[in-house]
Design a protein around this ligand. Structure first.
Ligand code: PGA
Ligand code: ZN
Length: 379
């Protein structure tokens, strides 16, 4: 139990330049990240100034002097909100407070570390030409987190050098390389770098952003695919490029598309829900009923608290679904997800190489040094 002796909040900027909430409980901080390609079933955010008034006013009054566990603290936030999706007090308000509470009581409990799944080349709403939002790599042969971090960085540098030979390159909000390169060529370049630096390759198609209600619209490559064609396309790239991971290959309402694809490629590839499952135990159960996923993105701010996120993580674990802890595209130096990933034993953490993500990578390096007999997750 932790007795709340001080509770407050102020605003800080995220990596996109947007204000967000940094809460503080008994001197320990926690900040809410923000999404750019958000799912429609996520917890709702409220205006940051309104959130600060709320936290420094009525929420402070409500919590001060009382004792809580993480669960009772998070339950009290949920009860105070009175809505299904945190639309009253805001998922950003509750996430910042829930993170601060977690960080205050944090003790390292486990010693199995996640493999980083790193955004190397990007596009979509995060900025860049590519229709596919993220081309990801995972240094699966790394023997320590520091080695995995180092390989990711070297992979990024090698990929960037290859891209620079073809023309101008940039960097998007997640720190991924951006350039006007056809998606087939991006895959080939990733495979080329992977010959020297062992890594598995994956994508986040962020398909809810491509879906116009009738078709998946690939603006840059000039194609439009209906549901059946999208299944074929995803299967084809998964097989051609030996993808081990495909996140949101279909729109957030298309459980059937996920399920058809999983039938075709699920033995070798993780078919991962993000907008589909939104870290929500109930949405995950719907996905399980349809046999739609074998991996799930874990973004605590999608559901609004540490306790609610853990609920989804536990449902996933008991169904044999791989949990993938994940950053958002609007991050701060808050490293709560790094600590959650280790204590919840998520075998993968999805992350970028923006400075705000380096903070989380560094936290994992520190935790590795604190852990007794640390080892990389078994995948
Ligand atoms: P975000 O999403 O921009 O909403 O954080 C990233 C993702 O789709 O994984
Ligand atoms: Zn995603």
């Amino acid at each position: 139990m932790i007795k709340i002796t001080d509770l407050k909040a102020d605003k800080i900027k995220d990596c996109r330049g947007k204000w967000t909430i940094e809460a503080e409980i008994n001197g320990t901080k926690g900040a809410a990240p923000g999404g750019t390609s958000k799912g429609i079933y996520e917890a709702k955010e409220i205006d940051v100034e309104d959130a600060l008034l709320l936290i420094n006013g009525s929420l402070k009054e409500k919590f001060m002097g009382r004792e809580f566990t993480q669960e009772s603290f998070d339950n009290e936030l949920k009860k105070t909100d009175e809505s299904q999706d945190f639309s009253n007090i805001g998922g950003n308000t509750s996430t910042a407070l829930s993170f601060a509470f977690f960080n205050h009581g944090f003790a390292l409990k486990k010693s199995s570390f996640p493999f980083p799944l790193v955004n190397i080349f990007g596009g979509g709403k995060h900025g860049g030409f590519s229709d596919i939002q993220e081309f990801l790599i995972m240094p699966h042969e790394a023997k320590s987190f520091a080695e995995a971090f180092e390989t990711s960085r070297q992979f990024y540098n090698a990929f960037k050098s290859l891209a620079e030979k073809r023309g101008p390159v940039g960097r998007n909000i997640e720190g991924a390389v951006t350039a006007n390169i056809r998606q087939e060529d991006v895959f080939d370049m990733l495979l080329k770098v992977a010959e020297d630096m062992p890594a598995k390759i994956g994508i986040d198609a962020a398909s809810s952003e491509l879906w116009n209600g009738e078709k998946y619209v690939y603006k840059n490559s000039g194609t439009e695919l209906d549901n059946g064609e999208q299944v074929d396309f995803m299967k084809e790239i998964a097989e051609t490029y030996n993808l081990f991971y495909a996140e949101d290959p279909f729109d957030q309402d298309d459980f059937t598309g996920f399920s058809e694809l999983k039938k075709k490629i699920g033995r070798r590839t993780l078919v991962c829900g993000d907008d589909l499952t939104v870290t929500n135990a109930e949405r995950l159960k719907m996905a399980l009923d349809k046999d739609a996923v074998n991996a799930m993105i874990v973004k605590p701010n999608q559901i609004g608290s540490v306790t609610l996120a853990l609920k989804a993580v536990e449902v996933a674990k008991s169904a044999g679904v791989i949990n993938v802890m994940s950053h958002r595209s609007g991050e701060t130096s808050d490293s709560t997800i790094a600590r959650l990933a280790v204590n919840w034993e998520t075998p993968i953490i999805k992350i970028g190489l923006a400075d705000t993500d380096i903070a989380k990578m560094n936290e994992l390096v520190r935790l590795w040094n604190l852990a007794e007999k640390p080892e990389m997750a078994k995948l």
